[in-house]
Design a protein around this ligand. Sequence first.
Ligand SMILES: [Zn+2]
Length: 160
Amino acid sequence: MKCHNCKKENSIKDKFCFHCGTSLVEAESDNLIELRPKRKTKRKIKFAFKSLAIVVIVGVISTLSYLLYTSYQSSKGLKAKNAELTKQLKDTDSKLQDTSSQLNDSQDRISQLERQQSANQSQINSLNFSNSMQRSNLGYEQLKNQELQDNINAQRYNWW
Ligand SMILES: [Zn+2]
């Protein structure tokens, strides 16, 4: 039997506390009449606290999971946007490379045409040169021809 005053243990047979002298019979009847409803109230309060704690924990957990979910979703969205932008960048890059290679092709063609043009020009120059040579040869031949004709005419004159 625990004394309700000093909380020390006494024998069940004792009517008064061996340590402080408080009546143990009175205490027992008090326990029977008054402590039971107090215990019930304490239990109710404990239950209410437990329920409140559970509600708070559930609320915190659901809020945290909602926050995690939304951050996950937004990170997913950002990842998707990032992937899309990367793809667009790659497309632009490949287009740029295509354009660059086309430009290189055009430049190659231009330099090829320029080389052909200079080759044609040198051919034209050499043809002009040989043409002028042939013309001067022709003039020389004509001069010679005239000379021969003159000689022939002179010989004919002498003959007659
Ligand atoms: Zn006592």
